[in-house]
Design a protein around this ligand. Sequence first.
Ligand SMILES: N[C@@H](CCC(=O)N[C@@H](CS)C(=O)NCC(=O)O)C(=O)O
Length: 213
Amino acid sequence: MLTLFDYLPSQNAWKVRQLLHHLGRPYRTVPVSIFEGEGRSEAYRRINPTGTVPAIQLEDGRVLAESNAILVYLADGTPYLPGDPFGRAKVLQWLCFEQERVESVIGALRHWTLTGKLARRSAEMIEAKRTAAVRTLDILESELATRPFIAGDDYGIADIALFAYASRAEEAGLSLQAYPQFRAWVARVEAQPGFLAEMHPYAIDPHSSRELP
Ligand SMILES: N[C@@H](CCC(=O)N[C@@H](CS)C(=O)NCC(=O)O)C(=O)O
């Protein structure tokens, strides 16, 4: 059976849980207490050299890390990833966008906000992230005005990846008032059969106010 190395409040890990849920694929979970430094153990770094979750281990022992790489692997041959080269590359375009402009921007702001770290960050750093986050939401708003899902007409892994942190923008202190197209897309994703509404707050982890090692 597939193994998922997971940390429940991680929305990067939620992406993988969401796709596994859509696919109805059974898996076992190995929790990694990232704020206690479990990700930096020698044993875990053999699973994922960066020490982060998510990672998966296949039945044959091979390991794969990076949430979006895992999505591409698991979605291959399913309706969640197009089979044609252009369609796949279009999905990859939005997976790259997600890592560069959503996860590392909205995801970072949300992490600092929800775990009490915002006060420990410089005003310049926070302002830079907020400016980048608004630019991201502006781009998504105009793109989503032209089609129902981010990579085209069909829901798929690009939507799952983007949804993970972009949909939580208000938890990062960003207003979604000015983004009706984006909010309509959030509602379309939430209406998908098998949508995994269960997300876990950092508050379930007493160690989450610590800085990552
Ligand atoms: N680009 C990676 C980012 C993974 C990541 O930063 N995961 C966080 C949890 S959301 C983590 O494990 N952090 C622990 C650390 O940085 O030590 C991905 O998409 O999988």
